[in-house]
Design a protein around this ligand. Sequence first.
Ligand code: PBE
Length: 294
Amino acid sequence: MIKKVLGMASAVTLTLGLAACGGEEASSGSVGEQLDYEIIGIDPGAGIMNLTINNVLPGYGLDDWEVVEGSGAAMTAALKKAYDREDPIIITGWSPHWKFNSFDLKYLEDPEGLYGEAEDVHTIARLGLKEDHPDAHLLLDQFNWEPEHIENVMNLIQEGAAPDEAASQWVSENEDIVSEWTEGVNEASGEEITLLYVAWDDVIASTNVVASALESVGYEVDLVQVDAGPMWAGVADGSGDAIVGAWLPTTHADYFAEYEGNFEDLGSNLHGTKLGLVVPEYMDIDSIEDLKEE
Ligand code: PBE
């Protein structure tokens, strides 16, 4: 009897010992084991989520991996937490974005090119905006800047400025650029323009800057934050006047196709975006292919 009890006790000790050992193995095992095969994603309506889940994971045979849904803010919070502890983490990342200014990060190579080439960010207007508000339409049509400009605004916000304050600071400090957007635009007298946007940090920055430029010529601008699907639906059904964060031709291809004919594409306002899986420099993987286990 006593012998049996002792036997059980040592069996328990043995089990605990193995479990502890398993834990250690997990933290020094493959990247997949360390991360529980989880990539930190953002909101499910984002094009980068669609691309990662439906093209990239299957394209590289990463069937064990999943992309955790959340938001842009939850993703950067998870990144900061992991980074401060030098823990491994993989996020769905994009440029332009302030995270590359705040942390040492790298894109995992994408040898199959499944995230596509550098894209353009387009301004999309509702049908009829040109007739109803020709001057706002002209300004939106002339809005155009460079990645370094939007990064400046994003960094101001990241350093603590409210988005509208960062935007009006940038607008007042960059009159040479903004005057190209307002060229030929007549002063308005408080007419309302509604811009729809998603809480992606780049789109928060660009939308606030365009709002500030419209306000500088006398418009009253309403900024309405929505999800990606409703943003496209809203500009197509006319409940919003315009959006300035349409990533094309790849990232928002499905939305573009779904609503084509029900909006006016005012063309590119920025060239040179990038999408991918992003990790801290201290991780010793370099390619999406490194996530595949034999
Ligand atoms: N983003 C930022 C968006 C477009 C702008 C890359 C997160 C997306 O994936 O839809």
